[in-house]
Write a protein that binds this ligand. Structure first.
Ligand SMILES: Nc1ncnc2c1ncn2[C@@H]1O[C@H](COP(=O)(O)OP(=O)(O)OP(=O)(O)O)[C@@H](O)[C@H]1O
Ligand SMILES: [Mg+2]
Length: 254
């Protein structure tokens, strides 16, 4: 069973004024079968955490460890991380003009599975997943994310999740910009992914509304580059009413 373990992670990003530390000692363990939600103010480093785990070259890990089932994730290249079973749905999915969605998905599935999926079963698989997510089949021939609306991009992130079936999925604001119906469809997609109980989900969000569809086992408050409080799903409701004041500013020491 998969376990992602993040210990005392410090991450810096290069700026014109030199390296700036953004993550200041993140500790988090996500096990298969668990859903963790991370909530926190803008700019607190939530996306930085997801990029650092996924291996974005702009983010330098200065200390700490990240392991997946005991294997050193930080020593892996980006595609090795994907093959090892890590998946990141980005807050701002990138557009790839000239590469069709269907080619992109098949290439990604081939890389992650270690062999090209058989064409006939693959076409069926993609069609079924697209139907489950209410995605028009015409999207298969469009360039990856090019001209997609915000909500369409988010749906396609979940399509990738369904087809790649990772061990641990990090979903960075997958709920942002979704209309009510899309939120339900996307949440159902995540719940289908979770249903096996063999995968872990780390959900970064600003809104409790998605947590009504996807129940978190743990909620973490992220502020000033680290987790400052953890609790159960009731913590999300407290944050919604009380905001982050008690975790930010000089009084909180962050
Ligand atoms: N290349 C960079 N140069 C300077 N600062 C950066 C760079 N990349 C990230 N940062 C800063 O790091 C901080 C954390 O950013 P991050 O995107 O991780 O925040 P976040 O918690 O995901 O915020 P949001 O809720 O708005 O998505 C921000 O203050 C951001 O400006
Ligand atoms: Mg972010």
């Amino acid at each position: 069973m998969a376990t992602l373990e993040i210990k005392d992670l410090h991450v810096s990003v290069g700026t014109d004024d030199g390296a700036k530390e953004i993550l200041k000692g993140v500790d988090l363990t996500v096990r298969a079968g668990e859903t963790h939600a991370i909530m926190g103010p803008n700019g607190s480093g939530k996306s930085t955490l997801s990029y650092a785990v996924a291996g974005h070259p702009k983010y330098e890990v200065t200390s700490g460890t990240v392991t997946l089932d005991g294997e050193d994730v930080l020593a892996m290249s980006v595609d090795e991380r994907a093959r090892a079973g890590l998946f990141l749905a980005m807050q701002y999915p990138v557009e790839v003009p000239g590469v069709s969605m269907s080619n992109f998905l098949r290439t990604a599935a081939t890389a992650v599975r270690g062999e090209a999926p058989k064409l006939r079963t693959w076409v069926k698989e993609v069609k079924a997943s697209m139907a489950e997510l209410d995605i028009d089949p015409a999207f298969a021939e469009r360039s990856v994310n090019e001209g997609f609306s915000g909500g369409e991009k988010k749906r396609h992130e979940i399509l990738q999740l369904a087809l790649l079936n990772p061990k641990i999925a990090i979903l960075d604001e997958t709920d942002s910009g979704l209309d009510v119906d899309a939120l339900r469809v996307v949440s159902e997609g995540v719940n289908r992914f979770k249903a096996s109980g063999e995968t872990g989900v780390l959900l970064i969000t600003h809104y409790t509304r998605i947590l009504r569809h996807i129940t978190p086992d743990f909620v973490h408050v992220f502020a000033g580059g680290r987790i400052v409080e953890s609790g159960g799903s009731e913590l999300a409701d407290q944050l919604e009413s009380g905001g982050y004041v008690k975790y930010t500013g000089e009084a909180a020491g962050v």
